[in-house]
Design a protein around this ligand. Structure first.
Ligand code: NAD
Ligand code: ZN
Length: 358
């Protein structure tokens, strides 16, 4: 997949062959020295294989390992990476490689954007979420005490290599976490892809043989949107936020402990379709269609959080104006509308959702 931005072009290579990767690598960057950034889990599982074939090609490989999980997405990790890179003699002509999930991708991207005012970097994602969402689009960030993704910058990679064989070691929970955003692409962009997923998804998972096609479709949608609205200015990229206003409130209310992001997005998508139905933006069949696919993916689809608290958290969303919350809603599978919804309507649907209206 080619990503054609105004300021930069790069490729997303979906392939299980190292040769395909090397061909693309030679085209994308001109250096012999790579700074591979990974986390402690991926280090144990896959780093040896990955660095082995880089070294075999005659490249110099320097390695830095950050803590695994959201805790690793910190200014502390960044500071560690700057020191480590300098110590290893990494200069402006060298290239960083983000080898891991979304956490590694976001931190390594931020590092690459700022180390010596910016060096090249490549994404080699190892989770389904990173393969279908976070490795494409150039959003990088770290968390601070006050909140998630508060310090960040747009910085596009020079290449993305997706090798789905890395998924063989990923837990079922993290596979499902990635599925939520994949399903989101179907709801917001493509009825055909919705049909494909309905036929393919079984008991909350897909067969490994279907991964490459699903990844290809997902990256294509994301790339096309990012091309049209790289920095979320025109509002086009906001379509990707379907289900997210609710999800972010839920993640905040539960202190990022109870739900993985995708799990919160799945509930958020059901909430958004309930809202679409309530406002008669969609037909009952469309509502059923959304609910069905979410059920096939076997997501937990309810929450007992307090409706008023959820409303006040949603009002803090970046897209809210004068306390009115903007939602991406669904007209029909594959067709979205973006609209402000009155607080009393949101609250009523929330109360039905959390069971407070019963
Ligand atoms: P993650 O990077 O924490 O990975 C999840 C867990 O899986 C970690 O424990 C990791 O060590 C482990 N892991 C990674 N690859 C593995 C493999 N192949 N086998 C076994 N275990 C493996 O989390 P994630 O879900 O990949 O990403 C979430 C992060 O991505 C969040 O911080 C989120 O904010 C960010 N994100 C960014 C964007 C973006 O556009 N930049 C988009 C969505 C999400
Ligand atoms: Zn998301």
């Amino acid at each position: 997949i080619n990503v054609n931005l105004k300021t930069k072009k790069y490729d997303i290579v979906i392939s299980q062959s190292e040769n395909d990767f090397f061909t693309a690598l030679e085209k994308a960057v001109k250096t012999n020295t790579f700074f591979v950034i990974t986390d402690k889990n991926v280090e144990k599982l896959h780093l040896k294989y990955f660095t082995h074939f880089l070294k075999q090609k005659g490249f110099n490989v320097k390695i830095a390992v950050i803590n695994a999980g959201e805790i690793g997405k910190s200014i502390k990790s960044l500071s560690f990476l700057y020191d480590k890179a300098l110590e290893a003699g990494i200069d402006r002509k060298n290239c960083a490689i983000a080898f891991g999930g979304g956490v590694v991708g976001d931190v390594a991207g931020f590092f690459a954007a700022t180390y010596m005012r910016g060096i090249n970097y490549i994404q080699v994602p190892t989770t389904l979420l990173a393969m279908t969402d976070s490795s494409v689009g150039g959003k990088t960030a770290v968390n601070i005490k006050g909140g998630k993704n508060i310090a960040g910058v747009f910085y596009q990679p020079d290449l993305v290599w997706i090798n789905s064989t890395f998924l063989s070691t990923l837990t079922e929970r993290h596979i499902k976490n990635g599925l939520a955003e994949i399903i989101k692409y179907a709801f917001t962009f493509d009825k055909k892809f919705y049909g494909y997923l309905s036929d393919t998804l079984k008991n909350g998972t897909v067969s490994p043989k279907d991964f490459d096609y699903i990844i290809y479709q997902s990256c294509s949608y994301k790339a096309r949107v990012v091309e049209k609205d790289e920095k979320e200015i025109t509002g086009l990229r906001a379509v990707l936020n379907f289900g997210h206003t609710f999800a972010h409130a839920l993640e905040t209310a539960t202190k990022y402990k109870k739900f993985l992001h995708g799990e919160a997005v799945a509930i958020g998508m059901l909430f958004a379709i309930k809202l679409s139905l309530e406002l008669r933006i969609c037909k009952p069949e469309t509502y059923k269609g959304v609910e069905n696919l979410l059920q096939k993916a076997d997501f937990t689809l309810s929450t007992k959080n307090n409706a008023r608290q959820m409303l006040s958290l949603m009002k803090k969303d970046k897209k809210s104006i004068d306390g009115n919350i903007k939602f991406i809603l669904i007209k029909d599978i594959g067709k979205t509308v973006s609209t402000y919804v009155k607080n009393n309507v949101v609250l009523n649907v929330l109360k039905n959702f959390t069971g407070e209206n019963k």
